[in-house]
Ligand binder design. Structure first.
Ligand SMILES: NC(=O)c1ccc[n+]([C@@H]2O[C@H](COP(=O)([O-])OP(=O)(O)OC[C@H]3O[C@@H](n4cnc5c(N)ncnc54)[C@H](O)[C@@H]3O)[C@@H](O)[C@H]2O)c1
Length: 361
């Protein structure tokens, strides 16, 4: 069990100058942190993480509970959090401990960083996706007018505690969402990580080790260190997300509450389409396209009927934050383990990518 504890080694605003200490016994460190700060700490949880994860903290510190799910990642929920913080008499030096998945960590960090111009934010990610991806790198925010993560900031939490102990109650489909982002880390930066993570997709091998979690975090951390403000190489982490975010946003719009396609599944579909585009534009090999499609194939089959028409996605694709000018911007794969960013992609190519995706049924 491990904790990734962030130590600031350069002054504030020299972004991304962090050393990550990997320490054993994440939960033990988190509990000690809470004990040390118990006079001035508030836990933010969603209904699931309050039921399943808060009891593991063995504490009775004040808490704020919000509904779970992407539908609640919005400014209304932030307003609710800010009102509760005022009721609890939170000060700027109060710690807001965000205990939850990517939705809760993104929104909680944003709400905390806005409250009185920035209270102390600590993240305790409880989903695999949040451990390996959402909690790392200082991006936070909420969805707005149906657009993903449109309002937010770049600002790092004071600490991030990685406690794999929380994963024991995480439902398997949510684990898969984490596997998808880990696979992405391998696809863009490390073939050996990809090879290890792809085994997690096999039905008889669900074992995730702290080492694999740490490897995935290390890939993201390295990229973020090189480009905290997302001006260059960090955009490689968006592989699968140009299409994936559009699929997710469209699904949120047309689905019943909490029935939309998850972030992880949406990104998996996006990765297949963007692998196809990589094949057409930058020579990602047919063999590797087939290999990645096979690994992600089960996810595609299970949501085949929910794959949208490209025309429904265009409004989201053209307003994607990653675009410059009016073109749609994508990261593409040169090969498994190597990506490049900032390719302008036309609608015809995206349509062809969706035809390919649908052919995998
Ligand atoms: N900031 C970033 O860099 C970044 C990167 C990737 C993804 N994200 C964001 O992350 C979000 C997706 O995160 P997610 O997949 O964690 O979704 P999520 O936060 O909705 O969590 C998934 C579900 O699992 C439940 N849950 C979480 N931990 C649990 C546990 N230990 N036991 C039982 N239930 C638990 C939650 O309550 C929720 O119902 C998206 O909004 C996405 O935009 C952000």
């Amino acid at each position: 069990m491990s904790v990734v504890k962030e130590t600031r080694v350069k002054p504030l605003f020299s972004f991304a100058c962090y050393k990550f200490e990997v320490v054993e016994n994440g939960l033990k460190h988190l509990k000690k942190f809470i004990t040390d700060h118990e006079q001035n700490i508030i836990v933010l949880a969603d209904k699931h993480t309050y039921a399943f994860c808060y009891p593991l903290l063995e504490t009775n510190v004040p808490h704020i509970i919000v509904p779970y799910g992407e539908n609640y990642k919005n400014l209304n929920s932030c307003e609710f959090i800010w009102k509760k913080l005022i009721e609890l008499n939170a000060k700027r030096n109060t710690t807001l401990l965000c205990l939850g998945g990517g939705v809760l960590c993104d929104m909680g960090a944003f709400a905390g960083k806005c409250y009185q111009r920035g209270m102390s934010v600590v993240l305790a990610p409880t989903s695999l996706l949040a451990m390996v991806d959402a909690s790392i790198g200082g991006k936070n925010g909420v969805d707005f007018l149906g657009l993903k993560n449109y309002i937010g900031t770049f600002s790092e939490p004071k600490h991030i505690f990685i406690c794999p102990e929380f994963l024991t109650t995480l439902p398997y489909p949510e684990m898969v969402n984490g596997f998808v982002e880990m696979l992405k880390h391998g696809l863009i930066a490390s073939k050996s990580h990809y090879d290890q993570v792809k085994l997690l997709f096999l039905k008889d091998n669900h074992a995730i080790t702290p080492n694999l979690i740490n490897d995935s975090i290390a890939i993201k951390t390295q990229i973020v260190k090189d480009d905290f403000l997302d001006l260059g190489v960090r955009r490689r982490l968006n592989f699968g997300h140009t299409i994936g975010h559009a699929i997710e946003a469209n699904s949120l719009k047309i689905s019943e509450e909490n029935e939309a396609l998850s972030h992880g599944i949406s990104v998996a579909l996006g990765m297949v389409v963007e692998c196809y585009i990589s094949h057409k534009v930058v020579g990602f090999s047919a063999d590797q396209l087939s290999e990645v499609s096979t690994v992600l194939g089960g996810l595609v089959k299970s949501v085949y009927d929910e794959i949208p028409e490209v025309d429904d996605l265009i409004p989201y694709l053209t307003r994607d934050k990653k675009n410059f000018n009016d073109s749609i911007n994508c990261t593409l794969l040169l090969e498994i383990g190597e990506a490049n960013h900032d390719y302008e992609i036309g609608e015809e190519l995206i349509k062809a990518g969706f035809e390919y995706l649908k052919s995998l049924k």
